[in-house]
Design a protein around this ligand. Sequence first.
Ligand code: HEC
Length: 137
Amino acid sequence: MKIRLSILISSVLFMGGCATQPKNENINTSENIAGKEVFISKCTMCHSATMPKSDAEKNALIAPAMRGVMKHMRMEFGNDTKAMSSFMKDYIVNPSKEKSLCQKDKIARFGLMPSQKDALTPKELDDVVDYLIGAYN
Ligand code: HEC
């Protein structure tokens, strides 16, 4: 059987060239399981883990969905996950209108996020931020 190596190679190269995903090299791709548990137990009562699918779901939100939040983090910090991480760690325990990167209508609708300082240990804060940056990229 004659293998058409050049076609094989060029199609592999072509597929490689088609990758549209931006490279997030400084992102830890292994899931932070402890952080996921913190997110589910301490954040999802306000921040939905998925985007709302209907108007009813949208109207029922009491905080922006986490994908929307992380999209804004991405818009502000791009792939600078270090800066993103320190912003988030600070905001979660010490939120303010001035710091918020959410659109202003979100604060008008939902109010400011209450500080989670007493809800999280320092390790839980590290883990949840690490998880979110990895999971919503
Ligand atoms: C009692 C409800 C509530 C809980 C619990 C909560 N949040 Fe929020 N969060 C909000 C609201 C409302 C906003 C939007 C207003 C704002 O930005 O302050 C927000 C905004 C944010 C933002 C965007 C900050 C910005 O730039 O405005 C981040 C990041 C965030 N939350 C992370 C978390 C994480 C992580 C947890 C769990 C440890 C959490 N939140 C728990 C209500 C909550």
